[in-house]
Design a protein around this ligand. Sequence first.
Ligand code: WTA
Length: 620
Amino acid sequence: MYETADADPEAFWAAEAQRLDWIRPWDRVLDWDPPFARWFVGGRINASVNCLDRHAKGPRRNRAAIVWEGEPGDRRVLTYHDLWREVGRMGNALRGLGVRKGDRVTIYMPMIPELPAAMLACARIGAVHSVIFGGFSARAIRDRMEDAESRILVTADAGYRRGNVLPLKRIADEAVAGLDLVEHVVVYRRAGVDVAMSEGRDHWWHELAAAADSRCEPEPMEATDPLFILYTSGTTGAPKGIQHSTGGYLVGVAATTRLVFDLRDDDLYWCTADCGWVTGHSYIVYGPLANGASVFMYEGAPDWPAPDRWWRMVEDYGTTVLYTAPTAIRAFMRSGDEHPKKHDLSSLRLLGTVGEPINPEAWRWYHRTIGGGRCPIVDTWWQTETGMILITPLPGVTTTKPGSATRPFPGVAAEVVDDRGRPVPVNTGGYLVITKPWPAMLQTIFRDPERYKDVYWSKVPGKYFTGDGARVDEDAYFWLMGRIDDVINVAGHRIGTMEVESALVSHAAVAEAAVVGKPHPLKGQSLVAYVVLKAGGTQSEGLTKDLQKHVREVIGAIAVPDEVYITSKLPKTRSGKIMRRVIRALVSGQEIGDTTTLEDPGAVDEVRKWLAEVEGDPPR
Ligand code: WTA
C-alpha cells in the first residue's frame, strides 16, 4: 500500500474515495493551485448521508452508532436508524429556522449524542458548523460567532463535569447578549436545570424535533464546499477559523480511521476527545460513522467519581479500541496501577495516542498496564489544519518505537527541513513540513486567504509549514519535538501565547504581558505569565488571582496561567520585541541555542538576571 500510494497518490486517494457514496462522481481528483488544493473537483457528496443513510438503509440499520454514558451514570444507545432519524429532524428544524446552505451554525454543547447529531444535521442541509469546546467562555463564543457571522447557536441547558453542573445556556446567553446578528438559539434539555428562554429567539430542541419530519432531503454538496470551520490558536491574538472541505475531508478521515484503527465489525471504538476539538470532529464523528463503526462516548471527567471511571466503562461496555492523549495517560499513571487493575480490560485490542509527543515511560505504562502487553499502540501525529492523521504506525504493519509517530500515512509526504527549506541530515532537528497536498487539508482560514498563505506557506516556500519541530532517525522514523512557534500545548490543548497575553492586557491594571510555556509533569507544558502593571498599579495576592480569573473569563479555564509574576519590565530586543524565545528557553531549563538572531547577544544574561529577580519576588 505504501508503494502504490507513493507511486500515484491521486490514484490511491481516488480508490479510497470510491468507498464513499457520491451523488455525482468527480471529474478530477485534484486541482493544485498552490497553496490552494481542490479535491474531487466536480464531485457531489453529502457527509451525513455517508455517515448515516448508507448504514441505516443496510444491514447496519440496528447496529449501535453511539453508545453513550453520561457523567451521572445515565446510559443511552442510538442505533444508526435512531441517529439518522434525529439528524433528519434537526436538519428539518434548522431549515425551518431559516438556515440555508453555506450558513454558519455555532454549536456549544456538552458531550452528549446530540452534539454529533447537531453537527450531522448541519452537514445534511449544507450548513457549515463551528463547534466551540464547552470549556470556552462567553467572550470566546461571542468572538467566534462574530468572526463566522453565525446567526444560529445550538446549545444545552447544562452539562456535567466532575460532579458540577456547567451552566452552558447561561454562558451562551451572556455570549449572545446584544449580539444583533444572532436570530435563534436552540437548547437541548440535558440536565433539566432552570434556564431563561427568550421568546422568539430561543427554542427547545425537543419541541422542534417533535414537530419535524425525520425524512430530510440531503443537500447535494460540491466536494469542495466547506463542511465546517473550527477555531484554533495560532501565533497572533485572534484564533483562526480553520475551514475544511466536504469531499476531501471525508475521504481523508474515513480512510485513516479504517486503516489506522484497523476497524472491524465487532469493535466498540472509543476516542476520549471532546467534539469541540478536531480529534472529536474527525475521529468521533466523521471518520468512525463514515465507516459504520459503533462509537462509545462519555460525557464527563476521567476521574469522576473515582480514578477507575474509564476502566470501569471499558470493562462494562467491552471497548476494543481506545484513542486518547498522553496527558491523560500520565495522569492515570500517577494515580496508581490499582485503578486499572480492578477491571478486566481484556476486550481492548488496540490503543492510540494523539495531541502531543508521548514520553517513552508513559508509552510503556500504557502498553503494559492498559494494553496488557498485547495491544499495538498507534501514536498519531496531526493537527486541526491537517484534518486527518498524517504520521502514524499502521497496526500489524509498522514496528513501533516508543515515542515515535513512525512514518507518514500512505500517500502523505513529510520532510524535516532547516530554515532555508533544505532537508536536514539524519537525526538532526528541524521544521516538519508536508510536501504534497492531502485530501483532508484545510482549504483556507475562514475569509482570510492571505493569512492562510502567510501562516502555512510562506516560511518554507511551496511546502506546508506545520509549526512543529522534528527529526527523522536512521530508519526514516519521525520523532516529534513539540511546537517551535508561540503556540503551547497544555494538556493536549493548543493555546496561543499571544491570545493569553492579549487577554491579560485587556485587564484594567495591566500594561504589558509575556506568556511562555514551561515543562509540566502531567500537562506536558504549563503557562507562565510575566505581567507589567500600568503606572500606579500595585501588586498583591489578590491581583494575581484576579488576573487568572480574568483570563478564565476572556478565554476559558484551559488558558489560565499556573504562575503569574508581576514585574517592573519585560526583557526586550533593541527593536522592542519581547524576548519570548529566550525567556521560554530559560524557564524550561533548556540550553540556549543560536542567539545570533537576537539583536543583542547579551540578551541571555540579561534575561537570566531578570528571571532571577522576578521569580524571587513574592507574592507569586
Ligand atoms: C501536537 C490535535 C507529537 C503537535 C490533533 C501539533 C503531536 C499539535 C501529536 C496540533 C503526536 C499532535 N506527537 N505531537 N502524536 N499529535 N501533536 O491542532 O504540536 O489541537 O502541531 O490537533 O499537537 O494540535 P491540534
